[in-house]
Design a protein around this ligand. Structure first.
Ligand code: SF4
Ligand code: SF4
Length: 388
């Protein structure tokens, strides 16, 4: 998805998409949330996740970088009823933490996990491992993890998902999409039997993604938005040198509200690591996106433009040393945007040794041109300095 001016114009105006047609269901707030308060006016909001029929809170829990189980506990206590995880997150520790948090409450929750494996045998083995680690007999949604091309939806992997469904180990199948929306979303729709799309979606992306989500929604798929924070959620902390990006006050809440105003989005899974973020999530369910939010995000876009890679794919294959630059910039964002240095390094170290040994400083000039203004060589060099 390439960056575009129409999205930016919209942000400045604070107008464009119609207000989301979501049903409000008031739920008593029986417990306080320290240090944050329950959302003004109270109540959670729910939508039905496409043809699955699952009724989920419009903001769910993304657990990829959560290390504190008490945050998951509190979210469940407050009524957030959908938790997303993946086999690969935190080397399996994420599923372990989620499993501990949902113990005794499983039947009231929607749980999704993922496997990116392309072979039937490995995918099904990973699912069994997920179920064991989560302490449940089934997951509600099992995603084929991180695909961007129709050709990656192989017959073998489709068969694995169908076998799992017939065995009652998964209720519904889906695909998670980080990039390549224009190719893979129509391919998912065309498959006919997939039920949920987990797609990156945030205010920086090209508005070409909107009709794709509308197409999927019309076909009955449930739409879950991820990467809604455009590269980071962390607030700056005094003395923290890596916390330089996401410091515009109010931006995380505005970003969430922006996503929720799209009527084709059923729910979102922002990464939640602390009570402040949880408080933003609760507020986002009840507060409308307004013109001040649009102005705030327009300014925020200026802040993050040099650093945030939207994985639009325009620069694919253009690094003269063969580096997957958008992936590497994402790893840097894990560190300085999300405060997850270990996650960034862990991903970087999975690159081939030859790619890990490349140094941008050895290039006479960078061959990668980013139409969205990302300072590619600077960000990639940072990864080499921090992780290699
Ligand atoms: S760095 Fe590459 S993938 Fe990322 S936004 Fe720029 S052109 Fe797109
Ligand atoms: S400076 Fe870095 S990103 Fe740019 S071409 Fe060289 S190795 Fe690739």
């Amino acid at each position: 998805m390439k960056g575009n001016s129409s999205r930016r114009k919209f942000l400045a105006a604070g107008l464009a998409l119609p207000a989301a047609g979501i049903g409000a269901v008031t739920r008593p707030q029986t417990l306080g949330l320290a240090p944050a308060a329950a959302p003004a006016g109270g109540g959670l909001r729910y939508k039905v996740l496409g043809k699955t029929g699952l009724k989920v809170t419009t903001v769910a829990f993304g657990s990829m970088i959560t290390s504190d189980q008490s945050v998951v506990d509190k979210a469940i206590e407050l009524g957030i009823n959908y938790i997303d995880t993946a086999r690969g997150y935190q080397n399996g520790n994420c599923e372990r933490m989620v499993g501990a948090a949902i113990k005794g409450k499983r039947q009231n929750l929607v749980i999704s996990t993922k496997s990116g494996s392309e072979t039937k045998q490995e995918a099904l083995a990973q699912l069994d491992e997920s179920l064991k680690t989560l302490g449940t007999d089934y997951v509600d949604v099992w995603f084929i993890h991180g695909k961007s091309k129709g050709s990656q939806l192989t017959d073998e992997r489709m068969e694995a998902n169908e076998i799992a469904k017939k065995a009652g180990k998964v209720r519904f199948n889906g695909v998670s999409v980080h990039a390549g929306h224009e190719e893979i979303i129509p391919a998912i729709v065309q498959k006919g039997h997939l039920e949920v799309i987990l797609s990156s979606y945030n205010f920086t992306l090209d508005d070409k993604i909107d009709p794709l989500l509308a197409q999927a929604k019309k076909a009955g798929l449930g739409i879950v938005a991820m990467k809604v924070m455009a590269g980071g959620v962390r607030r700056a902390k005094p003395g923290d040198k890596m916390s330089t990006l996401m410091k515009r006050e109010g931006a995380p809440l505005a970003m969430l509200k922006w996503v929720l105003r799209n009527p084709n989005v059923d729910t979102t899974i922002p990464s939640i690591t602390d009570m402040d973020q949880l408080d933003d999530d609760l507020k986002a369910m009840t507060q409308p996106f307004g013109a001040p939010d649009g102005k705030l995000l327009a300014a925020h876009l200026g802040d993050i433009r040099p650093f945030y890679c939207s994985m639009c794919g325009s620069c694919e294959g253009s690094c003269s040393k063969g580096l997957p630059v958008s992936d590497i910039i994402r790893y840097v964002s894990y560190a300085d945007g999300y405060g997850q240095f270990g996650l960034g390094r862990e991903n970087f170290m999975q690159l081939d040794a030859g790619l890990r040994s490349v140094r941008c400083g050895d290039c006479a000039g960078c061959t990668v041109e980013c139409p969205n203004g990302v300072r590619v060589a600077e960000r990639v060099a940072l990864a080499q300095e921090w992780f290699a």
